[in-house]
Ligand binder design. Sequence first.
Ligand code: ADP
Ligand code: MG
Length: 847
Amino acid sequence: MKLPRRRRENPEASPAESAPEAASDTPDAPDAPATAADAPATAADAPATAPDAPADTSADRTADATTAAQPAARSRVSAARSPGGGLRNRMRRFLQQPGTVDLTPYRKLLPQIAEDEERLRGLSDAELTEAAGDAAEDAQLCAVGREASRRALGERPFDVQLIGTMAMLSGQVAEMATGEGKTLAGAIAAAGYALSGRSVHVVAVNDYLARRDAEWMRPVYDLMGVSVGWINQSSTPEERRQAYAAEVTYAPVSEIGFDVLRDRLALRGEDRVTAPPDVALVDEADSVLIDEARVPLVLAGAAEEGSADEAMAEIVRGLDPETDYEIDEDARNVQLTEAGAKAAEKALGDVDLYTEEHLGTLTRLNVALHAHALLQRDVDYIITGEKVRLVSESRGRVAWLQRLPDGLHAAVEAKEGLSATDTGEILDSITIESLIRSYPTLCGMTGTAVAVGEQLREFYGVEVAVIPPNVPCIRDDEPDRLYETAEAKEDAITKQVADAHETGRPVLIGTLDVAESERLAAQLERESLPCVVLNAKNDAEEAAIIAEAGARGAITVSTQMAGRGTDIKLGGSSGDRDEVAGLGGLLVIGTGRHESSRLDYQLSGRAGRQGDPGGSVFFASMEDDLITQYAPDTAPPDEVDDDGLVADAGAYWSLGHAQRVAEGVNLEIHRNTWRYNKLIEEQRRIVLDHRDEVLRTDTALKTLGERCPKRLEELSETLDEDVLTEAARQITLYHLDRGWAEHIADLADVREGIHLRALGRGMDPLDEFHKAAVASFNHLFDETAQRSAESFETVPITADGADLGAAGLKRPSATWTYLVQDNPFGTDIDRALRSVGRLLGRPRPGS
Ligand code: ADP
Ligand code: MG
């Protein structure tokens, strides 16, 4: 039986290009860092000469061996051209390596870096720090970084790491496999930016890694004379201010975003903690820049009690899934059938849902139906401590405080019989994409960037540099195994785990969601295969657990992405690396193909790090969501063996096809969301600039004085100019902030409503949205000026300032921040709301 191969990453697949012996004789071999550090900087660093004389040095050989999966002629062809040339772009297309840059200019600097190194070894620590300050060019900087790292960490950065550093210094995203040492490559790049006077934010995956990486790299930064700080959820405003004041700041993207939002409401310039964005260096760049791009970070205020719609939850619970509603093939929309609408009308006391009067009821009903039929417990959200917590799709971890849009969140709470949490007014929000785009310079690193190269260019204008591994990857990626049913698939997985475990080989099982993790863990448990489950429910220990996943006999079940950022060493902490390597290294098992092939690579990439042996295999079934949602017309397989394993090639093709469809759908959603957000972001910028001016200058008093000259004259008789300036400022800020909150609430309404109106009349929803948004925005400034003037006339102003409270102008008593999963169904919320539109737009059922 011949099965299609999933992909070819293994250099052996293309023997002509491999040079496996390069691995063993390089002094850069990873298991000998101490010797590498002491050895003279010769062989590996000897001239990486001209591209037409490759394979002269071990560094070059390793590099060439590992580009095997890429077109062979790349370096030679592009070397002849200057970067950015037209031919290069054509070659890029021809070679089907979209979004990758030519590494030759970086390779050419390696000899100079090697030369510098010998000189730098002779310097004292203080002299090295001085040399760092003098390093004007990337090559000098890399040489200093290498020496600083050797001294501070006992790890001498490999050539390929420095190539990654140079790519980042050129504003690119470096693709480097897991375990290649991105943390260090990124730190040297960050130090390089800092030494040229820039202020760098290293965007980390989570709290744990922000702190770990900053502290881990601190000795290197110290030697290079660069200050470093980090931020966590629990950091105080003062700690944040200090961390941002450092030249390099490590922080999770959400914390940076929340600080930006909070600063946005500051009433005094000195209350702000952030500085203007400058350089962002993003770790796990694809995850932040693409997967989480659309996630809005929200600042909310002024709590009022939320209300769970228990009545509606009860009604939808009583509906019959067979006859009363229909779920779209892609499980993104649900709508009532005529029978369902009738049943609901009856339950509501014989109302007519399809009249203007009951529009609100119908919307509530639909929201409840979404919560009931589309959001699945333990897949889309989990319940912990009587609270609904969302599971972030791309990470498989709980994003604390992450909420669905208010109505939907309350509907899920009602569905689960929980009491409703408070809702609040959104004061401001920003998507991760907008936040990152506010940095004038962007670069990053990740194990999987090429697959989203086009998107990185489209949305962020950055290029991808594919950095070869230091030692060629020898991981054995087996072909997919597709089963007819989910049950047969899970049995086969269990058997595979048992077989591997019997030999002592460690196994890492990557699942698609939390529910599957638990189901599989239970099944393994029944077969006496003890496993550790790593998922959203125990995220605190995940780094420690994942670090042990390579130990002899370990079986680790993990939802995708959990523990990303922690590398899995063979043998675990006890360190029997060779023994585990002898067993074949880590075996990674995927329980299904993800919606994006990139996520598959991330999972398989956990095995075979730094030239270790390892393997990966993906199991799939015809019942997997990927196939039923994205290739629903797939014919049942003809050839199936006794264990349920599918043999016909057509079915395997459908699996890949479904994944490509899913990738296309997700890209389209991203584009669409960005089309909406772009305008809002521009408006936000304008308001912010104006607010900043109010905060820094006496604009507010001038404007109000012009509008209300009498009042100004009257107040000036008894009050100092300073007091008046501040009073005018506070009044203006109040109305500006109010105005903005109202504006974004309006926009949210417009965006929902526009679909109803536009669809009904064949208009383009985006055009309609833009028209409405521009009109509302023009209104915002007039309104703010008008209201400020009224307040200036009426608010009591004394030597203590303007008493806004006395005039009923209260700022929110408390604010809080959260992330909204804009795509609770793996899609944009407006798509979900579109079914409401469809329902309203079509003739009343039964009429
Ligand atoms: P990545 O982020 O690329 O997955 P990490 O930065 O977590 O990888 O590094 C993986 C491991 O490799 C770490 O244990 C680190 O100490 C080690 N390492 C990185 N660079 C070197 C080097 N030049 N020499 C020896 N060990 C290194
Ligand atoms: Mg990392």
